[in-house]
Design a protein. Structure first.
Length: 388
């Protein structure tokens, strides 16, 4: 839990899932800077932004901005690609005494509000996601204000050009505590273009059961414009199995791994899981394009395998991320591994692709009591652990 001092008072904030050992805060200097501007306490050339009307908050990472604004009675609409951020926001609203209905929580796949008077943007890591969402939101912007925030390392010339091209005239503030604000004035005279996302392409031959398949990527997906080399290596070394079984593509991204497994074993039931709403939408589109509209599969947005019945899965295929925003951590991978062990039936298998230097074999051996190297090259390793 974190205690954030805002111009309006103190907030108790947490990430999700809560972990008392996690020392990472649920807010940073960029959140502080924007909140200070909104309250008129930050030293910017602009006065405080009027928060009357519909306030939309895009990309709020753990709900700090949404919680602070809701605490002032403004009923903001949060728009996020992250299930974990959405859950953290729910917890933070509750712990800070915001009544139910004090904020509306939407995903990037939901229809945005018909009218937006103030748009607050936490600049995302993915420039493509920012582009896609600005295209979706620009037609809804009233003649109000757009204010973005981010660390200096997150705001580039290309970031500002996106705001200029899609929304209107854009400028930045001075840097404070290595954070910066973006001020943008909506220009209704700008031509309205449609988003270039989702993006689709056909896979080349030579990558196992995925050869020749079509991939669909919504904005914000890892390596959205091409298939990354780690996934290529995984696809060439997937297990060859037959018969009715339940397979999970955990951290599914665009869903190509689970789709390849489903096509290789038509009797299998595949579950696609990711914490990104954009990823699960991509996985469903990829699966439907290749397996047909009536093929059976399940698509779940959530925190790994939490909520999956114990001992209900035969095979988990996993390419775990090792970055959380600007932090490098194995906490997500560890949750994925422990969740997989709980969900697997006795004799069930977890297959993991990872960079060699991450040392996942140590964790898997500690958790499962076994770990086999299925395949490796100079950069990647495919590991297999069996639940005894």
């Amino acid at each position: 839990m974190n205690r954030l001092m805002t111009p309006w008072g103190e907030l108790d904030l947490t990430r999700f899932p809560e972990d008392p050992r996690d020392r990472l805060r649920a807010w940073d200097a960029a959140d502080e800077y924007l909140l200070g501007h909104l309250a008129g306490t930050a030293e910017t050339a602009d006065g405080p932004t009027d928060l009357s009307g519909t306030v939309a908050v895009l990309g709020d990472r753990w709900g700090a901005m949404t919680t602070a604004i809701a605490g002032q009675g403004h009923s903001p609409v949060q728009i996020t690609d992250s299930f974990l951020a959405q859950q953290a926001t729910r917890l933070n609203l509750e712990r800070n005494g915001v009544a139910p209905g004090g904020a509306t929580l939407l995903s990037t796949q939901d229809a945005p509000p018909e009218r937006i008077d103030v748009l607050l943007v936490r600049v995302p890591k993915s420039l493509a996601l920012l582009e896609d969402q600005l295209h979706r939101l620009a037609p809804r912007l009233h003649a109000g204000s757009v204010v973005g925030t981010g660390k200096v390392t997150e705001i580039h010339t290309s970031t500002l050009k996106l705001f200029e091209r899609i929304v209107g005239p854009t400028r930045t503030s001075l840097a404070v505590k290595k954070a910066r604000l973006i001020f943008c004035s909506p220009d209704p005279a700008l031509p309205r273009a449609t988003s270039p996302w989702p993006y689709g392409y056909a896979l080349p031959l030579g990558i196992g059961p995925a050869s020749g398949l079509t991939v669909t990527n919504h904005a914000g997906i890892f390596c959205a414009e091409r298939l990354d080399i780690g996934t290529r290596f995984f696809l060439r070394n997937l297990p060859q199995r037959r018969g009715p079984e339940r397979i999970v593509d955990l951290g599914c991204g665009n869903g190509i791994v689970g789709t390849a497994a489903a096509l290789a074993n038509p009797q299998a039931e595949v579950v696609f899981v990711d914490e990104s709403f954009q990823a699960v939408a991509s996985a469903e589109a990829t699966f439907r394009e290749n397996a047909g509209p009536r093929a059976a599969a399940e698509f779940r947005v959530g925190d790994g395998l939490s909520g999956m019945p114990a001992e209900s899965v035969d095979l988990v295929l996993n390419n775990p991320p090792f970055h959380s925003h600007q932090s490098t951590t194995d906490a997500t991978a560890w949750r994925m591994f422990t969740g997989s062990r709980a969900a697997l039936r006795p004799g069930g298998e977890l297959w993991v692709i990872g960079n060699r230097h991450l040392g996942y074999h140590v964790k898997l051996r500690r958790l499962f009591g076994n770990c086999e190297i299925v395949a490796s090259d100079a950069k990647f390793v495919v590991l297999r652990s069996v639940k005894n």
